[in-house]
Design a protein around this ligand. Structure first.
Ligand code: URA
Length: 232
């Protein structure tokens, strides 16, 4: 399947398009669909490369963004800087994600969310994050990214939880790099939400630095793999 395609997906360990495990979220999506009949309003699938070197983990779909279009970080302000950076560092064929059926493709990168359904007030509960965590775990295990980029503390904690690591051993900090067991490298960034951008908690230059580092780490990991293959 083309990575920009939004054909009806079937349930896998990584994603279930018909998941209704969290009653509060499913009921909310049912109501959203009544209020906005042309919205996607279902669990939003990950988007990008099937074999990503970089896996970006967001929080959850935004009401008028991913929840409307069916592609993570697409259709609202939260994705503007993200796709710009992905393009700038060679991970995307275009610097703008417009809709789930545009021609955009991600190269060696994939975007997922810690919670696949739109939560009321953009705030998933702890139980909802834990419930959705099995999908994230399956995705990390299946895709084996070299670098994970967590956008915000909740995404950071979701990654740790999925790998059964203690939160206190790996504290979230913008720009932090965590060498996790099993070779996973976790990089933290403040979330690129409209609020964080408008308040300048996260500036374009801060986000560019994060991407620059992610690109370096991906290249280092890929080169190391290459020389290991050559000399083994
Ligand atoms: N849109 C997403 O898909 N994820 C976020 O975390 C924010 C907006």
């Amino acid at each position: 399947m083309n990575n920009s395609s939004q054909k009806r997906l079937t349930a896998t360990n990584e994603f279930d398009p018909d998941c209704r495990d969290c009653p509060r979220l499913s009921d909310f999506l049912d109501q959203v669909l009544v209020d906005y009949p042309d919205y996607f309003a279902r669990p939003v699938p990950s988007f990008g490369s099937e074999q990503p070197s970089l896996l970006i983990v967001g929080l959850a779909p935004g009401m008028h963004g991913a929840n409307r279009t069916g592609r993570p970080f697409t259709g609202d302000q939260a994705g503007v800087l993200l796709y710009q950076m992905l393009h700038e560092f060679g991970f995307a064929t275009n610097g703008e994600s417009i809709s789930a059926d545009d021609a955009l493709e991600l190269t060696s990168a994939r975007i997922t969310n810690a919670v696949k359904c739109l939560p009321p007030q953009n705030k998933p509960t702890g139980a909802e994050i834990r419930s959705c965590n099995r999908f994230l775990l399956a995705e990390i295990k299946a895709r084996q990214p070299k670098v994970l980029l967590a956008l915000g503390r909740i995404a950071h904690q979701a990654v740790l939880r999925s790998l059964q690591l203690k939160l206190k051993d790996w504290p979230f900090a913008h720009g932090a790099e965590h060498q996790l067991p099993d070779g996973y490298l976790l990089v933290d960034s403040y979330h690129c939400s409209r609020y964080n951008i408008n308040t300048r908690r996260l500036t374009e230059s801060m986000f560019r630095d994060v991407f620059k580092r992610c690109k370096q780490l991906v290249d280092l990991a890929e080169n190391a793999e290459l020389s290991e293959a050559q000399f083994s």
